[in-house]
Design a protein around this ligand. Structure first.
Ligand SMILES: Cc1cc2nc3c(=O)[nH]c(=O)nc-3n(C[C@H](O)[C@H](O)[C@H](O)COP(=O)(O)OP(=O)(O)OC[C@H]3O[C@@H](n4cnc5c(N)ncnc54)[C@H](O)[C@@H]3O)c2cc1C
Length: 511
């Protein structure tokens, strides 16, 4: 291996430049009324707002930060129903009928996106691509054969292969035909524009902190204002409101990493993901100056449990250099998504007893189609239309034995981090930190978190997560404090970057 190009100093997603021209929306500064309040300005919230405003419904959308700066701005944007290896497992766990519905829901979402892009002539680099899940491990060959049998039994068009078009080692692969890729934020920017033009009221820098349930429910914001409405849709990624759904115990957050690399190699087409760990995800793309790029992603781990995170970028850097002869690494970014116990998203009424509060979450890194399917389902429920996917995705569904086992594992993990984090011996002190370094440290005899910026200024925070009291860990790849229990993330100075936490980490003054 020669001449490995360096990683960019700071993380930046390939997609963000596309929304620099979007207008800024003001924060909510008084109490308002609407038919529907939507919380969260990512693909699920904005697509729901688009669907409802097109149907003449009066919608207000609240976004805690800036629209599209969440996971949707940090995706790899494959539009596919090939959600890794899932169909064999779904058939065994949920039965053939539900597995077929899962496939159809995601195919419908892809087709909805493709026809909207065509009808509205949205320039977002949409390209038809086949999707491949491949393995180079003998252990996974049988799993791929089982997945192919599941495709055949569900009538999914594809093929079983013993090689892939891409120049990476592979012993077997399963191809799903006729999928797609695009530039997610060019697409989303067009949806924001059409939604605003159709009369949706959009608010940024407006954090929802509570819901008062009832026939006329209210969303309450951190500034004490409210939206009174008939329906509330929680699209805040991790639901900011739990409504006795116990979602903190029914999902975990997984982080993964991506590089945008330049290479002279000719790309044979296709979107790829490895079946085995460490995950490798590959697709082509174009940078803002239309230079061809490859996105090389992977290195999944539970949020807050993959320290030291810069190593994950370095692993992708080595892989990209070895297999694609990367001449430049133009972008690096990472993000997280939520995984439910049975791997099926939670979309619909938050609980059976709250008929007018809805959630959309748990997309397992496949939210381009699942987030769109969520918008289609929830907008139908609000308009009292039948939707064949209501039962499949119902957040209040009963859970199988296998799912309950997964939840026990997730919650054991939470308990381990809750207790382990408190007992951990930390020997470093704030004065030990070099410029641009962060670490758990001991202050006043207790565990704390410190970051020293490049100018030498120290920021010290209490590492107790303000969500449920686990100990946050330093993420040196992103320079954030991440919670290993439920995925909350805080800036180096302790401000909330991603929920479920709503309050910042306490800052600590040094003597
Ligand atoms: C590295 C990576 C690669 C991926 N690749 C793919 C892929 O190739 N294909 C695919 O289909 N999917 C992929 N995904 C998954 C997909 O990107 C996500 O599932 C999807 O973007 C989630 O959209 P969302 O609308 O639920 O959340 P987000 O985009 O995170 O939007 C939620 C918004 O809610 C806001 N918010 C949070 N709390 C509050 C509050 N209290 N008040 C107001 N606003 C709030 C946030 O600020 C945020 O803007 C990937 C995910 C990751 C992490």
């Amino acid at each position: 291996m020669t001449n490995i190009p360096p990683l960019p100093t700071y993380p930046e997603s390939l997609w963000m430049q596309a929304i620099e021209g979007l207008p800024s929306y003001s924060k909510l500064q008084h109490d308002i009324e609407a038919d529907v309040a939507i919380v969260g300005g990512g693909i699920s919230g904005i697509t729901t707002a688009y669907k409802l405003t097109q149907a003449g419904v009066k919608v207000a959308l609240l976004e805690a930060g800036k629209l599209l700066h969440g996971t949707t701005g940090h995706t790899t944007a494959k539009i596919t129903a090939q959600h890794h290896l899932i169909y064999d497992e779904l058939i065994k766990q949920e039965g053939k009928e539900k597995a077929a519905l899962y496939f159809k829901a995601n195919q419908d979402a892809r087709k909805f996106m493709e026809s909207l892009i065509e009808q509205q002539a949205i320039e977002c680099g949409l390209q038809a691509q086949d999707a491949y899940v491949f393995t180079n491990s003998d252990e996974y060959v049988q799993k791929l054969q089982n997945e192919m049998s599941a495709y055949e039994s569900l009538g999914i068009h594809g093929a079983y292969l013993d090689r892939i078009p891409l120049n990476v080692p592979a012993k077997a692969a399963v191809r799903m035909d006729g999928q797609a890729q695009f530039h997610p934020l060019q697409y989303m920017a067009a949806l924001v524009k059409m939604t605003a033009e159709a009369g949706c009221h959009l608010y940024e820098q407006t954090t929802a902190v509570d819901i008062q349930e009832g026939p006329q429910p209210k969303v309450v914001t951190a500034d004490g204002h409210s939206v009174t409405c008939k329906h509330i849709v929680v699209c805040s990624h991790f639901p900011f409101y739990d409504g006795h759904g116990f979602f903190f115990a029914r999902m975990h957050a997984e982080r993964s990493y991506a590089l945008g690399i330049k290479t002279d190699q000719t790309y044979p087409g296709g979107m790829y993901i490895s079946a085995e760990e460490p995950t490798r995800s590959i697709r082509s793309a174009a940078s803002s100056d239309r230079t061809p790029l490859l996105i090389v992603g992977g290195q999944n781990h539970k949020t807050g449990q993959g320290i030291c995170t810069i190593n994950h970028y370095e692993a992708l850097q080595a892989y990209a250099s070895q297999h694609f002869n990367a001449s430049d690494i133009a972008y690096r970014w990472s993000a997280q998504d939520l995984v439910t116990g049975d791997k099926i998203p939670y979309i619909g009424r938050i609980t059976a007893s709250s008929p007018n509060i809805y959630i959309a979450t748990g997309f397992k890194k496949w939210g381009m189609t699942s987030g769109t399917a969520a918008a289609m389902l929830i907008s139908d429920l609000i308009q009292e239309k039948n939707n064949e996917y209501e039962e499949l995705f119902a957040p209040s569904r009963s859970l199988s034995l296998k799912t309950l086992k997964n939840l026990v594992v997730d919650n054991f993990d939470v308990a381990k981090h809750l207790v382990g984090g408190k007992l951990e011996m930390v020997r470093r002190k704030p004065e030990d930190l070099a410029p641009d370094e962060g670490s758990a440290v001991t202050v006043h005899g207790r565990r704390a978190g410190a970051y020293r910026d490049k100018e030498g200024k120290l920021y010290v925070v209490d590492t107790t997560c303000t969500h449920m009291g686990c100990e946050v860990e330093w993420n040196d790849g992103e320079r954030t404090w991440d919670c290993p229990c439920h995925g909350s993330r805080f800036s180096m100075t302790g401000e909330v970057m991603e929920g479920p936490a709503e309050k910042p980490l306490k800052s600590i003054s040094l003597p």
